[in-house]
Design a protein around this ligand. Structure first.
Ligand code: ZN
Length: 365
C-alpha cells in the first residue's frame, strides 16, 4: 500500500503527495525514464537536482540485461543504480508488444525472443510482477496488452478484456508491503464505452493507483484529451492517476487540467541527446547555425548547469562536434524544464490560478 493525499484542488486539477517506501513524491509529478537502470546521460544526483523524486525503470530491458535475479542479489534496483528516491517499474508489456514478429501472444502471457541474443523468454502477469518485486519497485505496474492504434473496435475490445484478466492475475500475484503499491492500467483505445468498462473492472479489483495506457500512440492530442475526459471521472478520487508515455509540455498541462497526477515520457531525455531543448520561449534546436555566435543563455530563467554556465554558442558547438557533454547538459536542462513545469503547476493549483496558467499552453504544439 502506498499513501496518497490530495492537498489542494483547482477545477479537476489536483495537488497531491504520494508516500512511498523511498520517500514522498509531490504531484503532479513527472518521472524521468531510466530505461536500463540509468536516466541516460545523467547521474542520479543530477536527476534529483531537477526536482525529480521518482524515476521509471523498464522491466523488459532489466530482465534481459543484467537480469532481475542479479539485481535482487546486489540489493535491488535502488542500490544498484544509486537512486535513493522512489522507482516505478513498467510491466515490460509495452516493449514486448513492440517486438511484433518476435513475439507470440496467448492467454497465459507473451513469449518473445530477446532483441539482444534471440533467446526465448515468457512474460506472464505473474512473472512480470515477480520481476518488479525482485527489482524492488515502489510502484509496480500490472501487465497489460498495449492495443495498436488504429485497430477495429472488436480487436480493441478483446485486447482490453485480455488486459483486464491480466490485471486480476497481476493484482493477485502482487505481494503487498508497506510503502509499495500496484497500479492497474485502463485500456480500451479511443472508445469511451470500452474505457469505462475497463475502469470499472479495475476499480472492482482494487488498485493503489490507476494508469491510463494506450494513448499518445498516434491518435492526436484532441483525442487523447477526449479519452481522458471520459475516463478520469470514473477513477477513484482518493487514488493517484498516471497517464503513461505522455508527453509534450502542453500535453502535461492539459492532462493535469483533467485530473492526472503522474507522467513519464522519453521526450526530455531523448531530445537532450538530439540537441532539442525545451525552453520558456519554445523548443530550440541547438544544431541550428543561428546559435553559432550567440553568447546568450539557453533559457535565462532556468537554474540548470547548461543555462547557468554556458552560452548557446557553446552548446551549439558541443552538439555539432558530437561531444558527450552536449547530451549531458541538454538532458539536464530538459529535465529541469520539466521539473520546473511540474513545480509551477503545483504552485498554480495551490494558488487557485491553474486555469490562467494552463491557458498559456493552449496554442502550443
Ligand atoms: Zn537550463
Amino acid at each position: 500500500m502506498i499513501g496518497f493525499q490530495v492537498l489542494a484542488r483547482d477545477g479537476a486539477a489536483r495537488r497531491g503527495r504520494l508516500t512511498t517506501a523511498h520517500g514522498a513524491v509531490e504531484t503532479p509529478a513527472f518521472m524521468p525514464v531510466g530505461t536500463a537502470g540509468t536516466v541516460k546521460a545523467m547521474t542520479p544526483e543530477g536527476v534529483a537536482a531537477t526536482g525529480a523524486r521518482i524515476v521509471l525503470g523498464n522491466t523488459y530491458h532489466l530482465m534481459l540485461r543484467p537480469g532481475a535475479e542479479r539485481i535482487a542479489a546486489l540489493g535491488g534496483l535502488h542500490r544498484f543504480m544509486n537512486w535513493p528516491h522512489a522507482i516505478l517499474t513498467d510491466s515490460g508489456g509495452f516493449q514486448v508488444m513492440s517486438l511484433a514478429a518476435r513475439r507470440t501472444m496467448a492467454e497465459a502471457g507473451v513469449t518473445f525472443r530477446s532483441h539482444l541474443d534471440g533467446s526465448l523468454y515468457e512474460l506472464t502477469p505473474e512473472r512480470s510482477i515477480a520481476i518488479q518485486h525482485l527489482l524492488g519497485a515502489d510502484i509496480t505496474m500490472a501487465l497489460d496488452e498495449c492495443t495498436p492504434y488504429p485497430a477495429p473496435p472488436e480487436a480493441v475490445e478483446s485486447s482490453m478484456e485480455l488486459s483486464m484478466r491480466w490485471a486480476e492475475r497481476s493484482r493477485r500475484a502482487f505481494v503487498d508491503r508497506p510503502g509499495h503499491g500496484i497500479f492497474g492500467i485502463v485500456q480500451g483505445g479511443v472508445h469511451p464505452d470500452l474505457r469505462l468498462r475497463s475502469a470499472a473492472k479495475l476499480v472492482g479489483i482494487g488498485f493503489d493507483g490507476y494508469a491510463v495506457g494506450g494513448l499518445a500512440i498516434g491518435e492526436g492530442r484532441e483525442t487523447t484529451f477526449a479519452v481522458l475526459d471520459a475516463t478520469v471521472p470514473a477513477l477513484p478520487e482518493d487514488r493517484p492517476r498516471y497517464l503513461m508515455g505522455v508527453g509534450k509540455p502542453a500535453d502535461l498541462v492539459g492532462a493535469v487540467a483533467r485530473g492526472i497526477d503522474m507522467f513519464d515520457c522519453v521526450l526530455p531525455t531523448r531530445s537532450g541527446r538530439t540537441a532539442q531543448a525545451f525552453t520558456r520561449s519554445g523548443v530550440v534546436n541547438l544544431r541550428n547555425a543561428r546559435h553559432a555566435d550567440d553568447p546568450a543563455q539557453l533559457d535565462p530563467e532556468c537554474c540548470c548547469p547548461a543555462c547557468t554556465g554556458y552560452s548557446r554558442a557553446y552548446l551549439h558547438h558541443l552538439s555539432r562536434a558530437g561531444e558527450i557533454l552536449g547530451s549531458m547538459l541538454l538532458t539536464a536542462h530538459n529535465l529541469q524544464y520539466y521539473g520546473d513545469l511540474m513545480a509551477a503547476m503545483r504552485a498554480a493549483i495551490e494558488a487557485g490560478t491553474f486555469a490562467a496558467f494552463a491557458a498559456a499552453f493552449e496554442n502550443e504544439g
